[in-house]
Design a protein around this ligand. Structure first.
Ligand code: 4NP
Length: 157
């Protein structure tokens, strides 16, 4: 089974959306998707109400998710670790133990805009429009990720 982890700061806004979106595009008998935050600010909390709402508007229920902090053991469990922004990237890279761990970490928007190092903006202090924009960009990125995962040609990228 291929395992993918989505990571942001709080694990209540962006990564729960990425988690729910990618999971909905894959056969869950073949692929496991999870999410985590680099902080412990919201451990055990539901996703933010605005993430739950934009997911629901797009046909996804993410209310089974609870926030948890990223841990070094995640490098053992997961094959791909997608981070939302550069701050997440630096945090996770600092926890890596070796080059294999580092090779698993990718900025998620580089899957649709290669090498541009674009960030998924943190919508926490925004209104609903920020959450809609985040949903759209994550949906695009997850379409590309799901196609590549299903083809099994990730190693070519
Ligand atoms: P997330 O958004 O990293 O997309 O879950 C945030 C949620 C909470 C906070 C920051 C970002 N916070 O500072 O509490």
């Amino acid at each position: 089974m291929i395992k993918v982890l989505m990571v942001c700061l709080g694990n209540i806004c962006r990564s729960p959306l990425a988690h729910g979106i990618l999971e909905s595009k894959l056969d869950n008998n073949l692929f496991k998707v999870d999410s985590a935050g680099t902080s412990n600010y919201h451990t055990d909390k539901l996703p933010d109400k605005r993430s739950i709402a934009v997911a629901r508007k797009n046909g996804l229920d993410i209310t089974n998710q609870r926030a948890r902090q990223f841990m070094v053991e995640d490098f053992e469990t997961f094959d791909y670790i997608y981070v939302m922004d550069k701050s997440n990237f630096e945090h996770v890279v600092k926890m890596a133990r070796n080059v294999k761990d580092i090779s698993k970490i990718k900025l998620i928007l580089n899957e649709i805009k290669p090498n541009q190092d674009l960030e998924v903006p943190d919508p926490y202090y925004d209104g609903d429009s920020g959450f809609n924009a985040v949903f759209k960009m994550l949906d695009k990125a997850c379409n590309v990720i799901a196609i590549r995962l299903k083809k099994g040609n990730f190693l070519l990228h």
